[in-house]
Design a protein around this ligand. Sequence first.
Ligand SMILES: Cc1ncc(C[n+]2csc(CCOP(=O)(O)OP(=O)(O)O)c2C)c(N)n1
Ligand SMILES: [Mg+2]
Length: 359
Amino acid sequence: MTIQQIDPGMVAYQILDAEGNLVGKMPNLSTERLLALYRAMHLGRAFSNKIIALQRQGRATTFGSLVGQEATAVGLAAPLQPQDWLATSYREIASLLLKGVPLSTLIYSFRGFTPAYPREAHCLPIQIVIGTQLLHAVGLAMAAKIAGDPVVSVGVCGDGATSEGDFNEALNFAGVFQAPVVLVVQNNGWAISVPRQHQSAAPTFAQRGAGFGIPSVFVDGNDLLAVYDVMQQAVERARAGEGPTLVEALTYRMGAHTTADDPTRYRDAAEVESWRTKDPIARVRNYLLKCDLLSEEQDARMLAEIEEELNQAVNEAEAVPPPPPDEFFDYMAASLSPRLQEQRKDLVHYAQQKKDRRG
Ligand SMILES: Cc1ncc(C[n+]2csc(CCOP(=O)(O)OP(=O)(O)O)c2C)c(N)n1
Ligand SMILES: [Mg+2]
């Protein structure tokens, strides 16, 4: 089905149902690529669980779980070419990994430091300030259009972010200037403790695209194949000069908002359980097993390899010394004003005093 044929209304577009049966047309994906995307979902989940475990040991910062949202994260990044840009929030770690940000770089970032992503990954740093990355994505797309470069940009936000001015401004600019951008709303049901229905009276976020003159799609965000199919089309539409697309991926945050949150205080266990049956990884796994594209042994081996890869990356990330505490001044301005120079000196002095006191 083409994007224009998919109704942005109440029924989410699906290719693989919750049991892993093919209920739509298989997108153009080789078996090798499908297995690689399946692995990327597992890697995203394992990464998420690893950082949460490290956080509990005092070895990582606050972290927002990706569990339950792996199909959207992987499916949205998979159709991108190396020159395309990706601007995400904090939750799309699997997208960044697929786009070429190394594991150890991301692990280092969750030690609380800001590493440089490789330039060629074309990923902006994760954005904590809700919604702003959509403006950055549209800006990158507009720049590419002005330069005549065949570059597409993807911006990703959550359901809560749609209530921000930035979301509306980004969509308006994208529509008016026909920017080669795809804007993705990961609707995971919650913005910390605020449920989705408090963000908009519109039945779907996808329907809001029409008000900006932007074609939009409502897709099952737990269906890797459907997300991939929609994104592939949206990205190619943008690249061909046909303008922006808004995609709403309906998914669910299975874990806590972050390591600093306790979701049992505001949501029903029954709701969480009902989403467990729609697990995005299990449905691809079932499909692969049924089609004899994967065996139980291969699957177990792959999981063991991922664990090993992650542990190695943790060792690497923990071997990198922390940056000097005043390093961020280097990236603030071309030259520091006398006042900022003074602040830098004070910070270095304070950090040294603290170190001396610790002995
Ligand atoms: C501008 C701004 N306001 C408030 C916050 C605090 N905050 C952090 S996460 C969050 C909820 C975001 O929900 P959503 O957009 O649905 O993304 P999700 O966390 O569910 O992926 C809020 C309000 C923030 N980081 N930035
Ligand atoms: Mg949300």
